[in-house]
Design a protein around this ligand. Structure first.
Ligand code: ADP
Ligand code: MG
Length: 254
């Protein structure tokens, strides 16, 4: 399709008195890999959660594939979408969190086939065929019958990625997917993310992994205190940022 996969206009989000997102405008094109960095508490997770409608915006609009997220037009006014429609919209977005969030009572394969069967109505055989393909893609075919507790953190996170991919999302959101992992295990997850990017997946990635940002991102967005401070290709952002706050932040993390 033409047009951006994600479009965000004037997004604001408050929790009580506290305004956490203070007017975000953002577009992500098909196949684009956008890395979001910024200090802790600046609103990165809240932004991703709004994109997946885990939080509803206080103000502003989000479109997914040209379709308004969480809202629809009725008699010339915007009204909330029914929950079933929001769920359908969510199926187009895969999300991987810092915590692995696998179902502990299901095997690796069980975790992956659950949603495609329940939400997309795939037969067990169809879901398993897809699940096995995805496990192979993340290098874990031989662990298909293991329960999460018997997998390393890196393996669990790769299963979580496979589980998200099983819904055939059009965009993948990653929220510090490797922050809880030792460097070695983080690397195997970053490798899977890099492969995905190479295959053309549209990705919005919150990460502290500056190596990933440099090598894989098409665009880096610097957030600070609920706004986009500056954005551009990594080659520019990392070598000649224009904003003093960006320089200050990069000095701490590079
Ligand atoms: P980041 O991911 O960049 O570290 P977050 O988006 O998690 O930042 O949080 C931004 C701010 O919003 C923080 O001050 C956090 O405490 C606050 N916040 C996030 N979620 C909630 C919530 N559900 N209720 C109240 N405050 C929240
Ligand atoms: Mg966060």
């Amino acid at each position: 399709m033409s047009g951006p996969i994600i479009r965000v206009e004037g997004l604001r989000k408050s929790f009580g008195e506290r305004e956490v997102l203070r007017g975000i405008d953002l577009e992500v094109a098909a196949g684009e890999v956008v890395v979001v960095i910024g200090p802790s508490g600046c609103g990165k997770s809240t932004l991703l959660r709004c994109l997946n409608h885990l939080e509803s915006p206080t103000q502003g609009r989000i479109w997914l594939r040209g379709e308004l997220l969480g809202l629809r037009e009725k008699d010339g006014r915007l009204v909330p979408r029914p929950e079933a429609e929001v769920d359908r919209q969510r199926t187009h977005i895969g999300m991987v969190f810092q915590r692995f969030n696998l179902f502990p009572h299901m095997t690796a394969l069980g975790n992956i086939i659950e949603a495609p069967m329940r939400v997309k109505g795939l037969s067990r055989a169809q879901a398993e065929e897809r699940g096995l393909r995805l496990l192979e893609r993340v290098g874990l075919l031989d662990r298909k019958d293991e329960y999460p507790a018997r997998l390393s953190g890196g393996q669990q996170q790769r299963v979580a990625i496979a589980r998200a991919l099983a819904m055939e999302p059009e965009v993948m959101l990653f929220d510090e997917a490797t922050s809880a992992l030792d460097p070695e295990l983080a690397d195997e997850v970053l490798q899977v993310m890099q492969d995905l990017a190479r295959e053309g997946m549209t990705m919005l990635v919150v990460t502290h992994e500056m190596g990933f940002a440099r090598e894989v991102a098409h665009r880096v967005i610097i957030m600070d205190a609920g706004v986009v401070l500056e954005q551009g290709p990594p080659s520019v952002i990392f070598t000649r940022p224009t904003q003093p706050r960006t320089r200050e932040f990069l000095r701490k993390v590079l």
